[in-house]
Design a protein around this ligand. Structure first.
Ligand SMILES: [Zn+2]
Length: 133
């Protein structure tokens, strides 16, 4: 499916209510198109772990307009199956990434205290625990 609206229409057919009941969930899955507007955006949320993350964002159930509680997991599974025909894991996506030289040839650069001082709030830089806030 190419648009979250069409996923939402399918959800309303499957679970009841109206497409708008499901649009936020389907938009959440596909909003990663903003990062990469081709099918590879799916690697970020279209997998088993993404389903559980979706539950953390939207809760275990949503209530549709006909006052039915619908498990978010089922809606999430529907989205991924509609797109891919199955539910991959994160490992399935990552194992199919081609390793690039920049992924492995980063020179070791340990974090130095001088680099940290500019990022801490003034009270956090003190060694006196009673001096905070
Ligand atoms: Zn999708």
């Amino acid at each position: 499916m190419t648009h979250s609206w069409y996923h939402s229409i399918r959800s309303a057919d499957l679970f009841g209510g109206v497409p708008e009941d499901y649009l936020n969930i389907h938009n959440w899955f596909d909003e990663t198109k903003a990062f990469l507007p081709d099918l590879r955006h799916r690697a970020l949320r279209h997998h088993a772990e993404g389903i559980f993350l979706c539950e953390q964002v939207f809760g275990i159930t949503i209530e549709n307009t006909v006052r039915q509680k619908i498990p978010v997991r089922l809606i999430a599974e529907q989205h991924i199956q509609d797109d891919l025909g199955w539910i991959p894991t994160v490992e399935d996506w990552l194992c199919n990434l081609e390793v690039q030289p920049w992924m492995t040839q980063t020179p070791f650069q340990p974090l130095k205290k001088s680099m940290l001082n500019n990022k801490l709030e003034p009270s956090s830089q003190s060694n006196n625990p009673g001096a905070a806030d």
